[in-house]
Design a protein. Structure first.
Length: 266
């Protein structure tokens, strides 16, 4: 199996640089915010963080391709870094501390590109999570000060905690009835949103989560962290990995039931 630890160390360096840039502008009174064509916000901090990461990758991994939320695809080849400079921009611009930089390395394989390294860094929460293929998933202050992640062993919906982002996307897709049925069956529901539910699944604090509409940069880092923690990450179509335009993550024991409810009336 290839050794991705050098790439993981680089991803931490990239995350350190992004954290410094985003934290510096968090809650800044003069923060500039624009509206993108898809009507979602983008701040100057989003752009600055992605530019910073791209610049460091150009020097450290000049042969690798890069896909970022703000500046698209650059380069070709069997290795591609996928970047979401600020996942949770709406939180960021309103001063809510739940946002993170997501960095993943994807590598071409028989079934297409798959994530082999992932780092999720949430500096306003003082938290960071990471994983590399075959290495496991961890959380902590640094590579040397970390604890291993492990998903929960909850096997019954009645005992399970389910996390999500909002109701609107489920309604737009005609999945709201199944979604609501699921919420009535589980022990607890919480709308943590964005990257955080996936990290909570990896930690074993939440048992399953799902979102109806996502981009690759929203999912790639989350996917490998969840799977390396022993969980399952698929699209709502049950396709493994971050390629379906939506996501369902769980401890694995509840995954079939999770997908069953979210697809039952679709």
């Amino acid at each position: 199996m290839p050794d991705y630890l050098d790439d993981l160390r680089l991803a931490h360096v990239l995350a350190d640089a992004a954290d410094a840039a985003t934290t510096d502008r968090f809650k800044a009174l003069d923060l500039k915010v624009e509206t993108k064509p898809d009507m979602t916000p983008v701040s100057e901090a989003d752009k600055a963080a992605e530019e910073l990461i791209r610049g460091q990758l150009a020097r450290a991994r000049p042969r690798d391709a890069i896909l970022g939320e703000e500046y698209g695809v650059e380069g070709t080849g069997p290795r591609r870094w996928v970047i979401d400079p600020i996942d949770g921009t709406k939180n960021y611009v309103r001063g809510v501390p739940v946002w993170a930089t997501l960095i993943s390395l994807m590598e071409a394989g028989e079934g297409g590109f798959e994530p082999v390294v992932g780092v999720v860094s949430a500096p306003a929460l003082g938290r960071r999570w990471w994983a590399a293929k075959g290495y496991g998933a961890f959380t902590g202050r640094s590579l040397t000060k970390a604890s291993r992640l492990q998903v929960s062993r909850v096997g019954k919906l009645a005992d399970a905690s389910f996390a999500y982002s909002s109701l609107s996307g489920w309604e737009e897709q005609g999945r709201l009835d199944g979604f609501l049925d699921l919420t009535r069956e589980v022990w607890r529901t919480r709308a943590y949103g964005d990257f955080w539910p996936y990290m909570l699944v990896a930690e074993g604090a939440v048992d399953m989560c799902a979102e109806p509409e996502l981009s690759l940069w929203d999912m790639a880092a989350n996917a490998i962290i969840v799977t390396e923690a022993g969980g399952t990450f698929t699209g709502l179509d049950s396709r493994p990995g971050p390629h379906s335009g939506n996501a369902a993550a769980s401890n694995g024991l509840l995954h079939d039931e999770l997908l069953g409810y979210l697809n039952q009336r679709y």
